[in-house]
Design a protein around this ligand. Sequence first.
Ligand code: UTP
Length: 476
Amino acid sequence: MSSSLPLIEQFQRAGQAQVFAFFDQLTPAEQARLLAEAGEIDLAEVDRLNRTLVAKNAGAVGVNLDGLAPAPYELLPANGGDAAAWARAKTAGEDALRAGRVAAFTVAGGQGTRLGYDGPKGTFRVTPVKQKSLFQVFAEKILAAGTRYGKPLHWFIMTSHQNHAATETFFTENNFLGLDRARVHFFRQGRMPAVSFEGKILLETKGSLALSPDGHGGSLRALARSGALDLMQREGIDTLSYFQVDNPLVRAIDPAFIGWHLLHRSEMTSKMVPKAYAEEKVGHFCVQAGKLIVVEYSDLPMAIQREVDAAGKLRYLAGSVAIHMLDRDFIRRVAAGGEGVELPFHRADKKIPTIDASGNPVKPEKANGVKFEMFVFDALPFAKNPLVIEARRADDFSPVKNADGLDSPKTCREDQLRQFARWLNANGAPLATDATGLPAINFEVSPLFGYDEDSFASSWSALTAKPSLTDGLYLT
Ligand code: UTP
């Protein structure tokens, strides 16, 4: 008990005594748990965030738009880019894969509230015929790329405190989805306390804090803290291919992307897709004061989002799709912080289940407090030689965010079907589609058969008897 006093005192001195308001009513085990959670909190950090983000006079958190301009990016050859440079990049990426320099990295610590699915989002089933989970799709892409380049890949998966155990159990029960379990690495991301609008740390129950994951930007700290970066170093891996758990279309291992990153000696390279329309709710790649930054749609005035150039093309066309290539030593530098290299926190006002002054549960109807999150794209301005390359949305991005409507299981399933149909059509197997490219039949291509145009083309041409293209077809 005596060792706990300083911690309680620290909270009292920081004006956060409410955290221990019910301490005397708790069992020793509950007390120990609360103390452990409180011990995770960086009170100085919470104080700083309260002053800069929460306090009424915190000022317009708003983004400074002075000197803002659209970021340049490498165009795809089909859109006028340098085909020879893309070919060189692809070769360089393939060499890096053969040398085992690249690992896959999935951020899977989100809460997935919009989808409303009970369980780690990676276990959500998305494919049209086999109903494979998101994790299964990524596992097969990673397995296939390892086979293609003769070097099995490591896969790092960031979980949260809430879904860590369930994620590990899913992999164990499913035989690691066909991967070598020694190459699959799970680690938890950090947590941040939620605070009231008065800056008081909220309790979820009398004996626990309202804690939530610290955002995908927390992945950089978590990679360092968990020992993942050391493991990469021991294995000779210097490049991480970062993608989100909700996007099964992603080219999880994309040689040209890897090659652009390495040839440019970039510490962080990102993919952009041209925005589908001016108001699309994505981050925008911009430059400001010589730095590459991402400005969220909510921070960019609509008039700017709608600006067009002389040819009528959107000026701020480059949308961020949360696909990045990261240099290992860069991650270490950002995670270490200091010397002005520190990811900022962002404020999100949320409904946070808590308790009232008598300890009774409160389920708020409207936002009652603030969560703090870091975003991974905020690392871009700290990177040396950062680079943005163009990607085809149809080949890289169709996330499952919502239960229905935009970015839902239905839109994602249809985008997978369109991609499979395009691959068939490009390989002399015409398949009838509607005007949007959606085929009339429901079928599926396993990533083990083809996970991109190249791998599909080689598997398809190797088939001596071509299957008939009918409902339920599964190419594997
Ligand atoms: P989203 O921004 O879509 O958030 O995450 P979310 O928590 O998954 O979903 P909602 O907003 O509650 O509906 C984008 C990606 O970043 C990961 C998610 O798992 C997803 O892959 N992420 C997000 C984390 O790993 N940690 C976080 O703290 C937040």
